[in-house]
Design a protein around this ligand. Structure first.
Ligand SMILES: [Zn+2]
Length: 315
């Protein structure tokens, strides 16, 4: 950046304003100053995406409008990095194409965070919807969607995606929270406690959720692995053969307790070596248990019901 990009505002303060190297257009019609960085952009472009920006300079001002470099100007209290991300979207038609199928979830969250924050704050509905669609593809709000992400084998690294929780709260995207909390219940207790992103309330919810998910896995979805009871119509004495409980070692149980995953679909029915009637019964229990867990999922983390969540999400 050359010296001409530095200037002092006419107010006479010693704050130095830096012109953004990519988004200070000589034919721009308005100047937006964010964290001491000036963006000279086109109001008509902003107005296409946001009623807030459309009206920002239209309403007759009771006082003289601030100007910068001969253009109407305004100072916004946002993060400059967030604002730059939105400018990239507005001025680069292919910005979202930078998301590749192999883009990591952590990078994806970083990519959309600023755009989601700014588009929410300034009511840029299309941009907001685009960001929400991108994250909801990875954070499902239906059991079918959950099955889909599990089948796709999406790599979730809970400690890297925990940022989605405060982001979703800040930008009112509650639909992603139940699955985000479900994943974060797999973070170790020590790591949750030392986490610098989550609030103490959300840390408590992760820890409590870990216990609740394990209880549901034991009692609802995978009870047949821990406390097998044969079907009333069983004629081969499956329970007496007690083959099933022996398949789980203490270390397996401990691992499940630490990383509860009641929504994991069990498919290895043949290995249980039980009769067809018992298998039909436990398959039905497992299926119904998963549906029950999914329905309860928001309430496990004090998020209300799915109906509450759908109502709260503003789009
Ligand atoms: Zn049986």
């Amino acid at each position: 950046m050359d010296g001409s990009s530095l200037t002092r505002p006419k107010s006479g303060t010693d704050t130095i304003i830096v012109r953004h190297p990519d988004f200070y257009f000589s034919d721009g019609s308005v100047v937006i100053i964010v964290e001491k960085t000036a963006f000279r952009v086109h109001q008509s472009v902003l107005a296409r995406h946001s009623e807030v920006f459309k009206g920002m300079w239209d309403v007759p001002q009771p006082q003289k409008t601030d100007t910068y470099d001969g253009c109407p100007s305004v100072v916004l209290q946002d993060s400059v990095n967030d604002f730059v991300d939105v400018m990239r979207v507005l001025y680069d038609a292919f910005h979202f194409d930078k998301i590749r199928p192999d883009t990591s979830l952590s990078h994806l969250i970083t990519f959309i965070s600023g755009i989601l924050r700014i588009s929410t704050k300034y009511n840029m509905q299309q941009l907001r919807n685009k960001c929400i669609a991108i994250i909801q593809d990875k954070f499902p709000s239906s059991l079918r969607g959950c099955d889909d992400v599990l089948t796709r084998g999406i790599q979730y690294v809970p400690s890297e995606i925990v940022r989605i929780i405060p982001l979703a709260r800040e930008t009112t995207v509650p639909k992603v929270l139940p699955w985000a909390f479900y994943l974060c219940a797999h973070i170790s207790v020590d790591e949750i406690l030392s986490n610098t992103v989550l609030s103490w309330k959300d840390k408590s919810l992760c820890l409590a959720g870990k216990e609740r998910l394990w209880e549901l896995q034991k009692k609802e979805t995978h009870s047949f692995l821990l406390d097998f009871k044969q079907a009333p119509t069983c004629t081969t004495g499956c329970q007496a053969r007690v083959m099933v409980p022996r398949q789980l070692k203490l270390s397996d149980i401990e691992s499940l307790r630490i990383n509860p995953h009641p929504l994991e679909e069990y498919t290895d029915w043949k290995s249980l070596m039980i009769c067809i009637k018992c298998q039909a019964m436990v398959e039905a229990q497992h299926r119904e248990g998963r549906e029950k867990v999914w329905q309860k999922l928001p309430s496990l983390f004090h998020l209300g019901t799915w109906e509450d969540i759908n109502k709260d999400q503003s789009c």
